[in-house]
Design a protein around this ligand. Sequence first.
Ligand SMILES: O=C(O)CCC(=O)C(=O)O
Ligand SMILES: [Fe+2]
Length: 314
Amino acid sequence: MNSLFHRLANIGTDWLKALKTDGYVILDNVVEPHFAQSMLCELKPLRCHSHVHNNNDNTYLIEKSNVWECELHMYKELQDICPDLTRFLNDKSLCNIFNDSKFFPYSFTHHTLKLLYSENGGCFPLHFDSDYRIDHRRITAILYLNEHLNDNNNDNDDDESESGGELKLYPITRPCIKIPAKFNRMVLFSSTLMLHSTSPTHYPRYALNLWLHCDKSKSNISIDTNQYQTHWWNNPEKVKCMAKYMYHKEWRDSILRAHQPTDNKVQTLLKSHDRDLQVSLHKLKPWINEVFAHAHHIQNGGVDNTPIIPWFSL
Ligand SMILES: O=C(O)CCC(=O)C(=O)O
Ligand SMILES: [Fe+2]
């Protein structure tokens, strides 16, 4: 069977280098357009028949209003009626590209696939996908399937577009990046350290979220704790604290935006957000002047490439 990601195998390694250095990369036209189209055709009726549902029985996905999520690997009965989405789920070629490149200190075993649909202001609050202490996801790869978005939906517009639905990345060395969810575009980023959110969508928004899982027993990771004492950015935990501090206002607002005001989870989420912010500031204490200066610089639109962020070190 041909690789579904054949284009990635033929575009050299610059994109892998960019992902490793910047923590994210944007790739257009990654799968055969007719295959992307056919996955979209399978996805649309699923959401109409409510198969793509809010996973409110699953603690690991927090329910958000107007966002439908379904982890396809958990629903065998859906796999039988969605052959192309199931082929996308079972395809190993993306993992193989990463494993063969040896650019990353992981051995990827497989990916899982979450189907996503949002509408009517649906959005994701700021979050990290994976907590390295409890799960094995290391790279997020989201394929967007929104045909009506075209080149008028320019990348990196300063203002939120009218259609909304952008993926927003917060890489802490530069201001937020807004990425329109265009058809057959894939955005890859660090599951553990890339803070991200989505802006409220004003169109029916379709996406396929792949998570690459690593085999922890085979990972080639060494943590030098002495080195971690030197700079905050050498320590992945501190990078997360920094992101929390830099974007805490936006984070708080995004929690309110993603849930109905009547949802009683909101107060709990806000409380835990406020507590995490205090903990983060405490952990950053040894570097506090440096941290404030860095945050101030980025918040004023600056870029600071001095910190080499260990995006894929855990
Ligand atoms: O749909 C997107 O662009 C992002 C989705 C996301 O962040 C998630 O599923 O964790
Ligand atoms: Fe996410």
